[in-house]
Design a protein around this ligand. Structure first.
Ligand code: ZN
Length: 334
């Protein structure tokens, strides 16, 4: 029995293929996928061999319902609605798990991450370990549940910036993570949020994300900010961020690109703190709550909900920067 799936092929292409349906292992659960977002990193998966294995089904921003439960699995039942934490299969015993940093657990993030090293959710059916699954409340909509994972990513970046009340925040990169960073920062009463995003289709969301749009470095002349949340991975944005930061400022890096553009002299002369933000820990569960209580909203950021058969068109539109976010609804199997 096969099913359609969006696959990162062994030679680095993204393709729609027929793949074997997952079989139920005694220590796993099968999830019927309701919706799965396409992440910016999925677009460049072949350039990220550190985390993407290849010959693997993509999709790590998903929600669905439990379809089958292995004999050894406790506490789960068919029909329960879940948000899927793709990095949730922690071993609980490694040095990182024991020190409260499961975002570095090798088993969870380098061996069994769904949509990265294990088959993910851009398919109607997915096998998951119990650690991957989070119950979701009835009031969390399916669309919102598909946004839990990117919301958790942005939440960690915002929290690593420390106190934001009364401070001036610049977000560089106005894709989904940048927009979420603006919206989550807004909840912490900053003096002002600026969003730097060159593409008009994405910059236009600034107002709804409680930010003032600045188009480029020229617009920002004279601006001084306390915190930058770098969500673009662009060397130009990172360079601008360092220029605009006040002495003692904080740069949180949640986007990554090939050229770091981190000028050490500027970091030294202004005593800039540079912090990486990688995956999430308990932010995943708090993101569920923030979305369920509508403290952060995402419906307007969802450009399109597409069946699996049109997923590659959505990949192309995202690569071209034409749309903000595509969610894939894989549909049910016969
Ligand atoms: Zn661990």
């Amino acid at each position: 029995m096969t099913m359609p799936a969006v696959v990162l092929t062994a030679d680095g292409r993204v393709a729609l293929q027929d793949r074997p349906r997952p079989t139920l292992r005694p220590d796993q659960v099968l999830v019927e996928v309701d919706m799965c977002g396409i992440c910016g990193s999925d677009l460049h998966a072949s350039q990220l061999p550190q985390v993407y294995r290849g010959d693997c089904i993509l999709g790590h921003e998903s929600t669905g319902r439990v379809a089958a439960v292995g004999d050894e699995v406790a506490d789960w039942a068919v029909g329960l609605k879940v948000a899927v934490n793709p990095n949730g299969n922690v071993d609980g015993t490694c040095v990182y798990c024991r020190s409260g940093r499961p975002n570095f657990c090798p088993q969870a993030t380098l061996e069994t991450a769904l949509g990265l090293q294990a088959d993910g959710a851009l398919a109607p059916l997915m096998a998951a370990f119990p650690g991957h699954l989070r119950r979701i409340p009835d009031e969390l909509g399916t669309l919102e549940a598909a946004w839990v994972e990117p919301t958790a990513t942005a939440l960690r970046a915002v929290e690593l910036a420390g106190e934001l009340a009364g401070r001036t925040v610049l977000v560089t990169g106005g894709g989904p993570i940048g927009q979420l960073a603006c919206r989550l920062a807004h909840l912490r009463s900053p003096a002002q949020i600026f969003l730097m995003e060159p593409a008009a289709q994405r910059a236009q969301f600034a107002t709804d994300s409680h930010a003032v749009s600045i188009a480029a470095e020229d617009d920002a002349r004279g601006l001084v900010v306390d915190v930058v949340l770098e969500c673009s991975g662009s060397a130009a944005a990172t360079s601008t961020a360092l220029k605009l930061l006040a002495p003692g400022g904080i740069l949180v890096v949640v986007g990554a690109g090939p050229d770091p553009a981190l000028d050490s002299a500027t970091i030294l002369l202004k005593e800039i703190t540079v912090r990486g933000s990688y995956i999430y820990t308990d932010e995943f569960d708090r993101a569920i709550h923030l979305l369920a209580t509508q403290q952060v909203t995402v419906a307007d950021l969802t450009t399109v909900i597409t069946p699996l058969s049109d997923a590659l068109t959505a990949f192309d539109a995202l690569r071209a920067g034409q749309i903000m976010k595509a969610l894939i609804a894989p549909g049910t199997l016969p």
